[in-house]
Design a binder for this molecule. Sequence first.
Ligand code: GAL
Length: 656
Amino acid sequence: MDQIAYGGDYNPEQWPEEVWTTDVALMREAGVNLVSVGIFAWAMLEPAPGEYEFGWLDRNLDLLHAAGIAVDLATPTAAPPPWFLRRHPEAAPITRDGVRLGGGARQSFCPSSPAYAAASAGITEQLARRYAGHPALVLWHSHNEYGGVNAFCYCATSGAAFRNWLRDRYGDLGKLNEAWGSTFWSHRFGDWDEIEPPIAAPTTVNPAQELDFFRFSSDAHLANFRRERDILHRLAPGVPVTTNFMLANCKNIDYWKWSTEVDVVSNDHYLQAERADNHIELAMCADLTRSVAHGRPWLLMEHSTNAVNWQPRNLAKGPGEMRRNSMQHLARGADGILFFQWRASRFGAEKFHSAMLPHGGTGTRTWREVVELGAELGGLAELRDSRVTAEVALLWDWESWWGLELPWRPSQDLSFRDRQEAFYEPLWRAHRTVDFAHPEAALGAYPLVVAPSSYLLTPGAADNLRRYVAGGGTLLVSYFSGIVDAHDAVHPGGYPGALRDLLGLVVEEFEPLAAGRTIGLDDGRTADTWAERLELRGATALARYADGPAAGLPAITRHGYGAGQAFYVSTRLTPGGTAALLAEVSAAAGLAATDLPADVEVVRRRSGTAEYLIAINHGQHTAVVPGAGVELLTGDPVAGGLPVPAGSVRVLRCGS
Ligand code: GAL
């Protein structure tokens, strides 16, 4: 596309055809240039098995094309029609507790079901054959949020598929027994058929089995995606295929593995409405999306113009908030801003979800803001394909997330997202641009790497971190990192087995703290949740515990290693304490402090010789961001600083 993509999910099947003409006229008024069509339309496209009705979709796509609106055409496979489960009752998903889930919702299918594979391939093939050459088609939207509500299935078919997956992974049962530590609690398997998914059991199930079931389940969804993608590539060569991810908020899918499978990364993000700093969480998700896209431009496939309908209290967005949200995604590398959905549904489970065109129609604030945003994005086409460069990498690994939060850890207060956000937020406030990286990824380009909660760390990842630091990098590791390998087995030789030499210390004992307990450090910082008894073997103490179970022992350390340095923080500092620590570590990494105004988000996108600065003011007062060039939203020349009014956004093409 030669524009920033703008639009949303469009469900014409919910409306009489006469409404479509109005839809298209209003889309043009709003500057919409891309819509995702037919995501949940399977029952209308294939009303009975093998019987197809494409006439309505033909007419709809033709109408869109005539209006110059491009189409992201969906395979409707996230919502099998009622006939599917009636015909294939065995394809219903079964929960861990053995409950068979019914239809009447969406994603009611077992991800390993052969019947689902056949039916979804069937409709995908029909769509690909019919619409491959349609002039409106620019992108395929496979399925919708794979694993969103049916991440795991524990039925007999899934059990058999799990065993096949394990056979592929381990080859022989002896290797599996060893990897799973199956001498524990008499888990040794004598036959593959003795292995089940981790269904509800009298007590905690083997954690290695749990981890492999996470991996298997993510792969089962990936296999479904690949099947559709391959059909689409074969029958519609040249048309890219995407599927909408749920980055940062979906624990169950290992998106690093998916990142190279899609032609374009796209993501759905919904604000946590009741959270005061929800724009920082948005920025984190956007940065994670860009990172999963390996720095390439990505699409915001869904967000909301206003309130959603599925949170406990669905707060409306304030004036200008939707614009700020959209521009944050754009700033962080999105080349398209789309919404769920175009026109608010009159019926069904999502009728109280906002849309570009609300129930109240064009007389609403939402509509006016949608039209204004469309006009603004229309003037920002030159930003397409420009890239964001980050100076800090946060390690993010779904496998570690899975492992960290399995039952029977030293404390139930250990949380993957908590640590990620704890480090992301002060970096955001310090105006640092952050990438997320897999622990085995190349890190050499980053002056600073932070490992917020790398509980599971393979020997390969540990080597990677050693190489990074030895080569001159600065690493900050937080507590309970480097503890286990890929099978949740403790690295031998004392904690943190994978990182002892790099950090220059040994953790002799974990000291989780009682709920509500706070402890002090000798530099005045306070902490809660967790402490450790550290024994230094080369590292120096930067701060010690002033009280609590590890009183007098080091709490924060630094270790020179090769040409670089590794910092360790063994407790859960307050947000202020974490911010101060990050400031010290950033300075040690050679990152200059910025003098940008507080609460103003400033991100740069670069392409060739052009540089764009996007400034979003989340605060209450006008702030001036240093810079000179041309303000693209107004066309005004800027010299000596860019004023950004409270709640507003400015986009500067830098250079005088
Ligand atoms: C998404 C989903 C959409 C819609 C939206 C509502 O997770 O993909 O179909 O349900 O949530 O917020």
